[in-house]
Design a protein around this ligand. Structure first.
Ligand code: TYD
Length: 395
């Protein structure tokens, strides 16, 4: 049975940065109600009413995985480790973005699947790319043309696809008998621990745990045999899945993580009700802090036009009365406006200057990288604000 525990209110599509805030474009802006629920049967946490993927993953999709040094390094190291452990003859990535992971393998070995045409165009010259949504039809088409795949990798994508049945059946269809499916997604355990409620937005239809993944894959003749904690996006899990009949042994670290999750109460609805109360408090504290700073005439901006901050801004009703603007290094976000709250986005060169007193960390998942980069800002008295793990000022 699915039980609701968190209502994040009226939200726009997190990636729908607006080119204009004319009356006409605002009239067309799409909103939905973001409600999060818990399935008491398989312990899966999900968005109650997922948005249609066709309006999310368009040829204007803004996220470029290569944009941060942290992620470039993380994908390179993942590729190296997976190559060494599984020695795949063929590698396929579902949601290959700009190719940041696949470029670490020989071109001939790889198949990319990416429904956002602007991103698929970036990789199609380099390696075989299918500009399509992942489903059974596509998996049939690919298996007719290529041999079965030994390694299917999917980072921050399976959690985005509403139809898990179709996703896993399509995967099973193309996975070789000794093949391994590796998926990476933000971990529910970390979200609860660090109160990162902004991991909930339209694209994150699911926030997985080892508990829920192990339950779900069983329905598709697959088994979870290993799991690894990784630091991506404030704490993620890398799941290792194979066909049921495969002799891969269940690892001790999987058992350990499952036990930790049970101890944390990720199989218990009460945990999520408690979390929802903390989220409400976080909102009150953030708004109170920003209001206080505004009264002191401080200039506050936001650093990193993330999808996550779409949730925070719209839930807390933070608009350009609080933040002068948002800065972001991604070219195709610059000059646009944030979804729902319509705060202008500038390049850091234009916006991250002497006049800034406080910068809210929209990209808190890159805190380390940003603190390193912005030492001079901190030295001259500039401050960061974050809501993770609690609302506070970083000096
Ligand atoms: P991302 O991590 O993809 O978060 P989400 O999935 O919530 O969108 O986005 C990070 C954003 O922050 C991305 O648009 C690039 C931007 N960014 C900066 O502007 N400066 C930086 O130094 C870093 C590391 C990222």
């Amino acid at each position: 049975m699915k039980k609701n525990f968190l209502n994040l209110g009226k939200q726009p599509i997190a990636n729908s940065f607006l080119s204009s805030i004319s009356k006409k474009s605002l009239k067309n802006e799409y909103f939905y109600r973001l409600i999060i629920c818990f399935d008491t049967k398989n312990f899966l946490v999900s968005v109650k009413n997922p948005v249609n993927p066709k309006i999310q993953y368009t040829d204007k999709y803004a996220h470029r995985a290569s944009e941060s040094q942290t992620m470039r390094k993380a994908f390179k190291s993942a590729a190296k480790k997976l190559q060494k452990r599984f020695k795949p003859r063929k590698v396929m990535e579902i949601g290959s973005n700009d190719g940041v992971f696949l470029k670490n393998f020989p071109k001939k070995k790889v198949i990319a699947v990416e429904p956002c045409k602007n991103l698929a165009n970036l990789t199609k010259k380099k390696f075989k790319t299918y500009p399509n949504f992942w489903n059974k039809k596509l998996s049939n088409k690919i298996s007719k043309k290529h041999s079965k795949v030994d390694l299917i990798f999917s980072s921050n994508t399976i959690s985005h696809i509403p139809n898990l049945k179709e996703s896993f059946e399509a995967i099973n269809n193309i996975l070789s008998d000794r093949g391994v499916l590796v998926i990476e997604d933000p971990s529910l355990s970390s979200v609860i621990k660090i109160n990162s409620y902004d991991q909930f937005y339209d694209e994150h239809v699911y926030v997985f745990s080892a508990l829920s993944i192990s339950n779900i894959v069983k329905n598709y003749q697959l088994k979870l045999f290993d799991v690894e904690k990784i630091s991506n996006h404030g704490g993620s899990l890398r799941y290792f899945i194979t066909k049921k009949k495969n002799p891969f042994k269940i690892t001790s670290r999987l058992n350990k993580i499952i036990n930790e999750e049970k101890k944390q109460g990720l199989n218990n609805f009460a945990t999520f009700k408690k979390f929802a109360k903390k989220v409400e408090k976080s909102k009150q504290k953030l708004v109170a802090l920003l209001t206080k700073l505004k009264k002191k005439n401080k200039k506050i901006i936001s650093y990193g036009a993330t999808y996550k901050s779409t949730t925070v801004f719209n839930y807390c009703k933070i608009d350009n009365k609080f933040f002068h603007y948002v800065t972001d290094t991604t070219k195709n976000k610059q000059g646009k406006f944030t979804p729902g709250m319509h705060i202008p986005i500038l390049s850091p060169e234009k916006g991250f200057n002497e006049s800034v007193d406080y910068a809210y960390l929209g990209a808190w998942n890159f805190k380390k990288e940003i603190m390193n980069k912005e030492k001079d800002y901190l030295k001259r008295g500039g401050r960061f604000i974050t809501h993770v793990p609690q609302v506070r000022i970083i000096k």
